[in-house]
Design a protein around this ligand. Sequence first.
Ligand code: S3P
Length: 430
Amino acid sequence: MSEKVLQYNKPSLQGALTVPGDKSVSHRSVMFGAIASGTTTVEGFLLGEDCLSTIDCFRKLGVDIEVEGTNVTIHSPGMDSWQEPSEVLYTGNSGTTTRLMLGILAGSSVHTVMTGDASIGKRPMRRVIDPLRQMGAHITGRADGQYTPLAIQGTTLQAIDYNMPVASAQVKSAILLAGLRANGTTIVREMEVSRDHTERMLRQFGAHVAVDNGVVSIEGGQALKGTHVSVPGDISSAAFFLVAGAICENSQITLHNVGINPTRDGIIEVLQKMGATMTITPNDDNQAEPTATIQIATSTLKATTIEGDIIPRLIDEIPILALLATQAHGQTIIKDAEELKVKETDRITAVVTELKKLGAQIEATEDGMIINGPTPLKGANLQTYGDHRIGMMGAVAALVTDGVVTLDDAQCIAVSYPSFFEHVEAVRNN
Ligand code: S3P
């Protein structure tokens, strides 16, 4: 555990940042490069601990992966030539690695055992394993496959037509990746559209995927071909500086190369609705994932309600949006977000408990939270629960508190944003 004491004295924030690569896209670039035969080059890769776990797993399968700064090169013999690993695949804190790997490994020709850290050991895996078992997958694990450690014996799979009971891109992606290897056409029906990086990247690697009104179909037996992937900046990381820029006094921050995929941009919609002073200039670079420069300045904010089908488009931003709401005028209601309970920690409990310590007027509900503002925040000793996004929420709060904020463990922030505190220093004026 690395404690961090934050004594900022209400700074103004000024300057420009390029946020690190998108976590979801970085994971997928290595996974798809490993499935494909040939060479894949990746630029802008996120060197966060989660994505390094993905690289580590594929190296154990015999895939040659070179990392030079944020450029990654994957030379793969193709999935049929992977080696059966003698070691356990360790997925660390990463739900995306664990769940997407299940879908990939289920249709491979190798036997693998996968496990992660204590947080991964509490996260539900049956949401992925149930549909994979319907496809014929041989997966066993603790509590009949609900929790890691998991053992996967690769086998021949059959296509399914699956109605998703939860809005989850990890579940959707695991099924589509298994579907790539299955006999027949696999269909996934989403009740609410979740992030579509898998669909976009499958196309980049030469596969055909049909998407029609929440119904995604993929025909089995398609081979992927190595390609070049340009990773956009992570809007979920940019979110911390968007909120910091809006709530700190006399501030103006410019964020370059921010991914604005429409299945991820819920935070922009909410900031606009709350009255943030923000401009978005899309880049005209015709990449698989659209990007923009976003400028944000100190804002007078009004409360809002965040509910329904916007939730999957901002699910990872809810902790920092809750902090934002403590500085907005009126009552903000966040609902339909029960998925927060099964993230890296129970984020409803964690956000409400920690923001209360700072003096926020916030109450938990069954599927979200209710926040009244604006409230001046005071210093406190905060817990991160080993959750990177709770840690960064606490650190951004420290920029507006009277008094010192202490984080019990700031190391967890390296999961998605290893340069977070350097970026705070780069824009902090006093
Ligand atoms: C992710 C999907 C989301 C998100 C996670 C990354 C992905 O999880 O919260 O941080 O890369 O597919 P769910 O699929 O559980 O909603």
